[in-house]
Design a protein around this ligand. Structure first.
Ligand code: GAR
Length: 192
């Protein structure tokens, strides 16, 4: 029986794209839906290119209705993947998908996580702290930003003259190399 993934993303969606590419020809796993809070997110275009349905929601729908949950249930979604999704996941959604929501964060948590810590904000904080290594964390999602159980971490070296673009690039390379593989491992362990 095929397993189904929903991807939540708020922006460009380069990680979402890597995951869509990874499962494109799979007979076992399907990306059934891409959801976003941002009507201008480039991830919508990427999903269209893969002929994957999309859904845009606003704050009211996400936090005060069960519409998103109903949508996920109707599509028999087994795993939710947050790929650059910037809103906190509401409690009732976590309750419906315990241990079935994973996120990627562009730093070595527990450092450089929490509210407001996303994208460039994270890389800037890493630079400002004078870190000599950066990294990525893939983790389960709970009710707090960036606090669920870790699944995987990978590191890169920060050289003295690395600028923001360089650090971002190194982090993104790691994300693209590992996220689809980790999603694959997790979804295969889920029993239908
Ligand atoms: C990624 O670097 C991801 O780790 C980060 O947003 C970026 C999305 O890039 N997520 C967070 O910062 C979550 N706190 P993408 O849209 O190109 O995949």
């Amino acid at each position: 029986m095929k397993k189904h993934i929903a991807i939540f993303a708020s922006g460009s969606g380069s990680n979402a794209q890597k995951i869509m590419e990874h499962f494109k020809r799979s007979n076992e796993v399907e990306i059934s839906l891409v959801l976003t809070n941002n009507p201008d997110a480039y991830v919508l275009q990427r999903a269209d290119n893969f002929e994957i349905p999309t859904h845009i929601f606003d704050r009211n729908e996400f936090y005060h209705t069960r519409h998103v949950i109903d949508l996920l249930k109707n599509l028999e979604i087994d795993l939710i993947v947050l790929a650059g999704f910037l809103w906190l996941i509401p409690k009732d959604l976590i309750a419906e998908y315990p241990g079935r929501i994973i996120n990627i964060h562009p730093a070595l948590l527990p450092k450089f996580g929490g509210k407001g810590m996303y994208g460039d904000n994270v890389h800037k904080a890493v630079m400002a702290a004078g870190e000599t290594e950066g990294g990525i964390t893939i983790h389960y999602v709970d009710e707090n930003y960036d606090e669920g159980e870790f699944i995987y971490q990978a590191k890169y070296r920060i050289d003295k003259d690395d600028n923001l673009e360089m650090i971002k690039f190194k982090g993104q390379q790691l994300e693209h190399n590992h996220f689809p593989r980790i999603v694959d491992t997790i979804i295969k362990k889920i029993k239908k």
